[in-house]
Design a protein around this ligand. Structure first.
Ligand code: SAM
Ligand code: SF4
Length: 362
């Protein structure tokens, strides 16, 4: 059996069945997969891990994704919106601590006020950091004009998870209305790429009813779309969301975690030079979850630099880690964790996706 796995791992082309089989590995066979992923990681992207200081600047959202704790209709959340000055200060904190990049993430809004506010913020952050900080946005679906505007102002990476590339599953975890359309999501990913962003996507792993084949198709989707970056992690239920009633269908949390690590390792083998983030949700399950991902494929980590007071209200799922820590604690803790994973922090470097520069087509 171990021989079979070794043969699959060494193939030049992995098909759906191969991928599905790899995603299900445990024990000794999983170690073979992890060893290969680490080998590819060290060869193609090196042993550096890059920081993206994460600013979860607002939990106000106009959408109602069935899985998300900050969905519009959840009345049990205290809504917040961090001031512009606090956001700029957080970015300056990241810059001074040589994080080199930030991620601006929040609930999705597309009104003019919001679009212009973000635009203004991007410019202010660039100005306050001598144009040295790299800016990734994670602000959901927007129009082509909005994406272009933010790109022109200085954002150069964008993260928009496809959540699941299986259309039927996507439709099961979102309301059936104009605001939540699979084709719109796909179209947004194409727009981002066309505009010139380093384009990132990802999925949730272990959704109710999701199969290994669905996840294998997600990996093939990423390969075919030719993404530059990926952020994916386990789905974790939240009691104030509609998807909670489907929890009887869930895999055990350990299996979701294990499969998430396998997804990262397999994706590293499949797309050798992309950036892969070690998602925070991994740490919600295992205190060493993100370090494990860094050992076997992931090369980006997102220390939370959101002002502490607001963190408790950005609970996408239960047991979200580090909600009581300040940005300084987060950074120190992170340095230690990366050393434990036998990796080096790429301080002061943007750590852009190598794939973005290696790919020839726009
Ligand atoms: N609103 C933007 C968007 O949806 O792209 C950015 C913020 S959203 C909270 C970021 C990601 O959180 C989503 O893409 C989703 O995959 C993830 N997420 C939401 N609820 C989750 C849950 N219950 N478990 C795991 N991840 C979750
Ligand atoms: Fe809003 Fe994003 Fe949560 Fe969906 S996943 S409800 S768009 S914050």
């Amino acid at each position: 059996m171990a021989n079979d796995i070794q043969n699959i791992i060494n193939k030049t082309e992995l098909n759906l069945q191969d991928l599905s089989q790899l995603l299900n590995l445990e024990g000794e066979e999983q170690k073979l997969l992890f060893r290969k992923a680490e080998e590819v990681q060290l060869k193609y992207v090196g042993n550096k891990v890059y920081y993206r200081g994460l600013i979860e600047f607002s939990n106000v959202c106009s959408k109602n994704c069935y899985y998300c704790g900050i969905r519009k209709d959840n009345k049990n959340v205290e809504r917040y919106n961090i001031s512009d000055d606090d956001i700029v200060n957080a970015a300056v904190f990241a810059w001074k601590n040589r994080y080199a990049s930030i991620v601006i993430q929040g609930g999705e809004r597309s009104d003019n006020h919001f679009v212009n506010r973000i635009d203004h913020l991007i410019k202010r952050i660039k100005e306050a950091t001598n144009a040295e900080i790299g800016i990734t946005l994670s602000l959901g679906e927007q129009t082509k004009e909005t994406y272009q505007k933010w790109f022109n102002s200085g954002a150069h990476r964008y993260l928009l998870r496809i959540e699941s590339s299986t259309k039927e599953l996507y439709e099961q975890i979102h309301p059936k209305d104009e605001l939540h359309h699979f084709n719109t999501r796909l179209n947004c990913l194409h727009l981002l790429r066309k505009i010139g962003y380093q384009t990132g996507t990802g999925v949730m792993i272990g959704l109710p009813g999701q199969t290994f084949d669905d996840l294998a198709r997600d990996l093939l989707f990423m390969k075919e779309f030719d993404i530059d970056m990926c952020g994916m992690g386990p789905y974790i239920e939240h009691k104030d969301t509609p998807l909670y009633k489907e929890r009887h269908k869930l895999w055990h949390i350990g299996k979701r975690f294990n499969t998430a690590l396998n997804m990262i390792a397999v994706l590293r083998i499949l797309m050798k030079d992309i950036n892969i983030a070690a998602a925070t949700a991994l740490q919600a399950i295992d205190p060493m979850g993100r370090e494990k991902a860094l050992k076997h494929g992931a090369n980006v980590i997102m220390p939370n630099i959101t002002p502490t007071l607001n963190r408790k209200n950005y609970q996408l799922y239960e047991n979200k880690p580090c909600i009581d820590e300040g940005a300084e604690d987060c950074g120190n803790c992170m340095n230690m964790r990366i050393e434990l994973a036998n990796r080096e922090v790429g301080l002061g470097q943007w750590g852009d996706s190598k794939h973005y520069f290696n790919r020839t087509n726009p």
